[in-house]
Design a protein around this ligand. Structure first.
Ligand code: ASP
Length: 331
């Protein structure tokens, strides 16, 4: 414990702990900040993970600018990354599992608290749109594997080969290298896309989609399709999404935690910090562990924080789309 804590950015952790002490459990009101005292304030916002979030934000913003709903915006936004062969951690072009298969996890959540999700889905270009249909057309939240593929095909989705020559080559090289089994997050600085939006009516929605960790164990499912882990939306409070090592996010139910911290009075920034700090309290922090959260509250205030350096996020607000470096906890 002592050595682990020695490289934590101590002052930051202290500040986070103080925030938890004074607020969590003793919150007077979720309307603590000034913007939230005015129910008429609506600040359209799109926030998403990583560099590829910039393009996804553009697509989402465009929909909302034309009067579209946050729920449509988040789906269409992340569809951009799903179809982009240069994004090797989402959809088409995603790096395969250890046996060479591209398997996808995705989920979506709307302002009415409804949610849909698919896990271990193969051959479908837009898994998040299948998740949307699970939400809209079935009484279920999550469908996986062959059942999810059948559901997609039954609903008009077409089978697509998602393994690009580049991804296949990377997999072959990985196999040849005889690397020990060590799937990594933060791969080439772009991973899962999680995207959150507030539309012109003030409604919140979120979506998250990924091919998961490169060369993961066949059958492995990460945090991204798990409601409350990779994504959570509460239209009264705010929303959060995660990237990084899904196992760590799942063990702490990270995004639900971020939203609950906001419900108890924290700003989105403090809530992301507290959820990252929670990792230190509850799980083993191995050398390569990375987790990052982004969050937005009902008032359009945003936050982002990661365990280690390197996490970037894209924020579209007030007609400006920016790529930002998230602050982090450990050197
Ligand atoms: N969270 C994703 C997973 O564990 C991967 C990532 O975002 O890097 O599958």
């Amino acid at each position: 414990m002592g050595s682990r804590r020695s490289f934590i950015r101590k002052s930051l952790l202290g500040a986070i702990a103080a925030g938890i002490g004074s607020r969590f459990g003793y919150a007077e009101s979720i309307f603590e900040n000034s913007l939230m005292t005015d129910p008429d304030v609506i600040r359209p916002t799109v926030i998403s993970t990583w560099f590829h979030g910039l393009e996804a934000n553009e697509a989402a913003w465009k929909i909302m600018q034309n009067g579209g709903a946050a729920l449509d915006a988040v789906e269409k936004g992340v569809n951009v990354s799903e179809a982009d062969p240069t994004v090797n951690s989402v959809g088409y072009g995603g790096l395969p599992d250890a046996s060479g298969h591209v398997t996808l996890d995705a989920c979506i959540m709307g302002p009415d608290g409804n949610a849909g999700s698919v896990a271990y889905l193969q051959h479908i270009l837009h898994p998040v749109s299948v998740a949307r249909l699970v939400m809209d057309k079935t009484p279920h939240v999550m469908i996986s594997g062959d059942g999810a593929l059948k559901f997609a095909l039954d609903n008009g989705f077409k089978k697509t080969n998602l393994l690009t020559p580049e991804a296949r080559k990377a997999w072959k090289n990985w196999k040849k290298s005889g690397s020990p089994y060590a799937p990594g997050a933060n791969w080439e600085n772009h991973d899962t896309i999680g995207l959150l939006a507030i539309d012109h009516k003030g409604n919140l929605a979120g979506a998250c989609t990924t091919s998961g960790m490169a060369f993961k164990h066949p059958g492995r499912i990460g945090d991204s399709p798990i409601i409350g882990a990779g994504l959570f939306v509460d239209n009264k409070v705010g929303a959060a999404t995660a990237t990084g090592e899904g196992e760590a996010v799942m063990k702490t139910l990270g995004c639900f935690l971020v939203v609950e911290f906001m419900r108890n009075g924290m700003s989105p920034q403090k809530a992301c910090e507290a959820a990252v700090a929670r990792l230190l309290e509850t799980i083993h922090i191995h050398e390569n562990l990375q987790v990052g959260y982004v969050a937005v509250n009902k008032a359009g205030e945003t936050g982002a924080f990661s365990l280690k350096p390197g996490f970037q996020y894209a924020l579209f607000q007030d007609n400006e789309n920016k790529l930002l470096d998230a602050p982090y906890l450990m050197e």
